[in-house]
Design a binder for this molecule. Structure first.
Ligand code: ADP
Length: 393
């Protein structure tokens, strides 16, 4: 396990205030998703500002790829190319007049050639689905759009590690799901992710590793289940284990089913019921938008009226669908489709070919974990392609 970022006994205090960080030890492992949770004032934001060298520890050391951070402008610029921190409030991060200028700011400072900057701006805006907003004044954007713009600015640096301070705070439920799915996509592309949140449910369904902070200290790090089993610690920080975790425990207690596998999400819990009742899940047919397999609005309506779920996965599919469908049509993502498949409905998922292996993996893992048969067909492979494009068997 390669450790990308490491804090060794880091302490910090803001002038005239008590300690904001006290002897923090932390490891961010390459390729993993780490959630940092804790109440307001626990020190999460202060910690993040140490990870990209904006703040310098008063005690201890921060290391990136095994080397201590060097607090010289040139070294810090190199560090910030690799480690991007997205602040909680997008207004603290957006300085340029237009969307395009704001995203180009970082790459411009790296001294990249014009074409490279253009390419990065295009790529980053497409990822956050803001290509259409390119020339808009940044101050006219909605809160959610500003959050996405700040994210695009970070992505334009093509960082190795993306550190997000409360990325879902203040967003509506659909947007929360979109942000989470975007981070999944970035993760599939190999970016190491760190997120702070005080929404335990979000953290639980998202993270591989859990770090809990309280009063400037790391009070827990490890898998989520270890934390939830520690009731006294949870109470101390004023948190409760997520509903889905507690519900699973209760159902085990009354003898309904085994404790494991422990569901991380309501859809997973429903899969346990599916298995218990011997109910079959719907299948999924995957369509590759990069091969032009896009639906018309009539097809979407027809599929939905036939009781099928229609969804998308990935920023490219989202963007292409958005150009074809009316703006009031909000299709679910992968998780939304899976939930409908638990109801026994078949789903059609539009995605980028690049993401297909990871989607297949994800679904196969779920199928194995919950002992269910889930029929998934990659629509592009000609063999096994049912006449109407739906999973056979
Ligand atoms: P969190 O992100 O977990 O809410 P913070 O890192 O923002 O926690 O805050 C940790 C502590 O540092 C709090 O006591 C907070 O009041 C203090 N603090 C944060 N930012 C500043 C600042 N710019 N100046 C003075 N004190 C600050």
């Amino acid at each position: 396990m390669a450790v990308l970022l490491e804090c060794q006994g880091v302490s910090y205090d803001y002038p005239g205030r008590g300690a904001a960080l006290r002897d923090v030890h932390l490891e961010i492992v390459k390729g993993r998703k780490t959630a940092i949770i804790g109440p307001n004032g626990a020190g999460k934001s202060t910690l993040f500002l140490h990870l990209n060298g904006v703040l310098r520890p008063k005690g201890g050391q921060v290391r990136f790829q095994g080397e201590p951070i060097v607090y010289r402008n040139k070294d810090l610029s190199l560090l910030r190319k690799e480690v991007a921190v997205i602040l909680q409030n997008p207004d603290d991060q957006i300085f340029s007049a237009t969307v395009e200028e704001d995203v180009a700011f970082g790459p411009l400072n790296l001294g990249l050639p014009k074409e490279e900057i253009e390419a990065r701006v295009d790529e980053a805006l497409a990822l956050v689905d803001m290509t259409g907003e390119r020339e808009r004044p940044s101050q006219q954007l909605s809160f959610g759009q500003k959050k996405r713009l700040a994210l695009a600015g970070a992505l334009a640096m093509r960082p190795k590690v993306l550190i997000m301070d409360e990325p879902t705070a203040g967003l509506d439920p659909h947007m929360v799901q979109e942000v989470l799915e975007l981070t999944e996509e970035l993760h599939m592309k190999g970016i190491t992710l760190v997120m702070s949140t005080h929404e335990l449910e979000v953290a639980y369904s998202w993270a591989d590793d859990f770090v809990v902070m309280n009063l400037g200290k790391v009070v827990f790090s490890g898998p989520a289940e270890g934390l939830f089993a520690n009731r006294s610690l949870l109470e101390l920080i004023g948190f409760q284990a997520p509903d889905v975790y507690r519900m699973n425990e209760e159902m085990h207690r009354i003898g309904l089913f085994e404790l494991t596998p422990v569901p991380k999400h309501m859809t997973d819990l429903r899969m346990k019921f599916c298995r218990m009742n011997g109910r079959a899940m719907g299948g999924m047919s995957i369509r590759r938008v990069d091969k032009g397999e896009l639906p018309s609005i009539t097809e979407v309506h027809t599929l939905i009226s036939q009781g099928r779920a229609v969804g998308y996965y990935g920023s490219r599919a989202k963007h292409l669908l958005a150009t074809m469908l009316p703006s009031d049509v909000r299709l679910p993502g992968l998780r939304g489709c899976l939930d409908k498949m638990v109801d026994g409905r078949d789903a059609m998922l539009y995605t980028d070919g690049m993401l297909v292996p990871a989607i297949m993996d994800h679904i196969n893992n779920l199928a194995q974990r919950y002992g269910l048969a889930i029929n998934v067909m990659d629509g592009w492979t000609e063999e096994g392609h049912a006449a109407d494009g739906w999973p056979t068997g």
